[in-house]
Write a protein that binds this ligand. Sequence first.
Ligand SMILES: [Zn+2]
Length: 424
Amino acid sequence: MRSLLIKNGLLIDPVAGPSRGDLLLARGRIARRAARLSAPPACDTFDASGLWVFPGFIDAHVHAREPGAEAAETLASAAGAAAAGGITSALLMPNTSPAIDSPALLRRLRRRAEGLPVNLFFAAAATRGRAGRAAADLAGLKRAGALAFTDDGGCLPAGLLDGLLRRAAALGLPLLDHAEDFARAGRGVINSGRAARRLGLPGIPPEAESLAVLRDILAAAAAGPVHLQHLSLAASVAALREARRLGWPVTGETCPHYFALSDADIRRDDADYKMKPPLRSQADREAVLAGLADGTIDLIASDHAPHEARLKAGGFRRAPFGIIGLETLAPLCVTELVLKRRLTPQRLAALASLNPARLLGLRRKGRLLPGYDADITVLDPRRARRVPERFVSRSSNSPFCGRVLRGWPALTVVGGLVAARGAQ
Ligand SMILES: [Zn+2]
């Protein structure tokens, strides 16, 4: 394997902060980091002048749709989309068909993911068939390679919650929850409020999320760590902040659409704006931004949820929930958080790389230090480009098409190998 020297970049380590310099990658690891390095024999060079060099971005919430909905996405197409988006590792959700609730299926999928251009890791279902009636074989799933447990798409059932929290804690793996009270969400398809009234659509009240978040936080205090997926509300951010202050074992994520959009951006009945939880109010958006800035929210994940165009053509009432996000996460973070809101690139490195690495127990990922894995995300903060209508993903259900962003990936390196190269 040839080594790779990344020269003259702004190296952004989430702990040490930014410094200008060179990074030498060899044998799959970061070999050296210094102000100036010369290329050893059998070495390629990448000039990162003016570019930001991050430890590889880790997206802890991705739906790859294999098995069961391969027309929307596959492991291979998700890996390609991730590489194009500067994502070097992705945690895949188990709400496939069938659900990833058995060690045998998990082993088969992990074999299929070998050799793809990015690291694909798997979360396994917390309950059998994600049906919420009986716990899955968590120990067997851990032995088969699961990095986390979740019933994402569905909420962890109240009756099993304490037991699942204790078992996941005993196994040392995170339990992730899609915190939603489905009885309260009912048939809603959009945030309750002005946008729902204007479009004449049934609303999802904020309590559908906030009550489930409070339930999970209180259960975590008693029984073991929980990670709250895709938080979208001011009330959720406030609850997470208070739980942290009390020293309770709770972490949380949000997604780019919750800090880049609000329900006021939904101008017409366009299901590319339909996801769960729904886009919320401008006040909620501001609270999510504040939670990212002050460290309350631990990480940013895409909740990449591809759907076939024919399914999304049905409008809010009929279309499935979810939008794609692997290819827009990095530029949305750079544009909305760093360039517009003055979050530091160092904070972004923690949100997109170090903190997801910690959540998933990936000890050699998340920093730009010698000995760490040579997973690198290089972004260009200068060049503005429109989000395209077509993606590397098999699906194109994005509300961001046509939006001008900066911070597009210039180079994605995984295990020392170039996984994608952006147009310079
Ligand atoms: Zn979810």
